[in-house]
Design a protein around this ligand. Structure first.
Ligand SMILES: CC(C)(COP(=O)(O)OP(=O)(O)OC[C@H]1O[C@@H](n2cnc3c(N)ncnc32)[C@H](O)[C@@H]1OP(=O)(O)O)[C@@H](O)C(=O)NCCC(=O)NCCS
Length: 157
C-alpha cells in the first residue's frame, strides 16, 4: 500500500494546467483551509495578473482530478532582481488537505519548473516561514537547498 493510499487519498488522472476563472472558487477554498482567511479579492487580482497563461514569465497552475481542483502553485520569473541573474520564484503553493502525500505538490512543482526552463531560466527559488517545517520538508525533498540570501524586514509606523 502506498503512503497516499494509507492516508486515504486516491487521486485518479491528475492533470496540471493553467488556472481558469471557473477554478477560483476551489482555489480560494483550498487557500482558506490552509490560512483560515477567505481572500476573494486577492485571488481574483492574482488571476488577472498571473492566470490564463498570458506570459511565459508568470505561471498560475492548478492540479485537477475529474472536476476537483486538488491544489495550486504560482510562480514568476524575476529578471536581475536581488542582484541575481533571471530565475524562477515560487511564491504560492497549497494542496487540498485530504489529497496530500499523494504526489500532487511534487507534480505541480515539476510543472512550474518545466515552465521556467522553457522560458530560459535554470534556477528556482522560494521563500518560506522559518517555522513552516511541512513546507520546508516538501521543498527539501524536491532537492531545494538553503540559498545565499538573508531576508530582512522592519516595522513601518
Ligand atoms: C507542502 C504541500 C504543498 C505538500 O504537498 P503534497 O502533495 O502533500 O506533497 P507530495 O505528496 O508531493 O510530497 C512530496 C514529498 O514532500 C515531503 N512531504 C510532504 N508532506 C510531508 C509531511 N507532512 N511530512 C514530511 N515530509 C513531507 C515528502 O518527502 C514527500 O515525498 P514522499 O511522499 O515520497 O515521502 C502540502 O502539504 C500543503 O499544501 N501544505 C500547506 C502549504 C502551506 O502552508 N501553504 C501556505 C504557505 S505557501
Amino acid at each position: 500500500m502506498t503512503k497516499a493510499q494509507a492516508q486515504g487519498a486516491d487521486i485518479p488522472e491528475l492533470r496540471v494546467r493553467s488556472v481558469e476563472a471557473a477554478d477560483l472558487g476551489q482555489v480560494i477554498a483550498i487557500d482558506a483551509e490552509v490560512t483560515g482567511l477567505e481572500k476573494t479579492d486577492y485571488w481574483y487580482e492574482l488571476f488577472h495578473r498571473y492566470g490564463g497563461g498570458r506570459t511565459r514569465q508568470r505561471l498560475f497552475l492548478v492540479a485537477e482530478s475529474g472536476d476537483v481542483i486538488q491544489g495550486f502553485i504560482i510562480g514568476e520569473i524575476r529578471d536581475w532582481e536581488f542582484g541575481s541573474a533571471p530565475c524562477g520564484w515560487v511564491f504560492g503553493l497549497s494542496v487540498r488537505a485530504s489529497s496530500r502525500l499523494a504526489g500532487v505538490g511534487a507534480r505541480m512543482l515539476e510543472a512550474v519548473c518545466d515552465g521556467f526552463r522553457r522560458a530560459g531560466v535554470n534556477k528556482v527559488r522560494t521563500l518560506l516561514a522559518r517555522d513552516n517545517s511541512l513546507v520546508l520538508s516538501f521543498f527539501r525533498s524536491q532537492g531545494m537547498m538553503a540559498a545565499p540570501f538573508i531576508p530582512l524586514e522592519k516595522d513601518l509606523d
